[in-house]
Design a protein. Structure first.
Length: 138
């Protein structure tokens, strides 16, 4: 499945354009709030979380004809508690060809699953689900 022909809607929080030699480098960033300690190492390595900004990089770079090698991506954690000297933290995301392909395959798989009307339930989220107790919750 070619994702570039699929319509997506998303909001990139921040793009920074930095002069670099005779060209530019870019950062695609997403703001997240966290507690005063930031994210655990497991959360920082969580691929499902990382895929968000990897795909932002891919779609934005492709749409704007910017070589993907000129784009880095990550998260800026805005710490809720006042941490002395460090109210923000940059979490860099490795977004090379392997992780991009893995992200694209993950989204393609999700789309195919929905098209087949096969919906996985996350029972841990039932209390927040708008479909709880309806005909759509089987």
């Amino acid at each position: 499945m070619d994702l570039i022909d699929t319509k997506f809607k998303g909001y990139i929080d921040c793009i920074i354009k930095i002069p670099y030699k005779d060209d530019y480098k870019y950062w695609v960033l997403d703001w997240k709030t966290s507690n005063g300690r930031g994210w655990s190492s497991d959360k920082q390595r969580d691929f499902t979380t990382q895929a968000q900004v990897i795909l932002y990089k891919y779609f934005w770079g492709t749409k704007n004809n910017i070589p993907l090698k000129n784009i880095q991506c990550g998260f800026i954690l805005l710490k809720k508690l006042k941490t002395v000297g460090k109210p923000c933290q940059l979490v860099k995301v490795s977004s090379g060809p392997k992780n991009l392909e893995k992200s694209r395959k993950m989204v393609s798989s999700m789309i195919k699953t929905v098209e087949k009307q096969f919906f996985l339930k996350n029972r841990g989220s039932c209390m927040f689900c708008e479909f709880k107790g309806t005909e759509f919750c089987r």
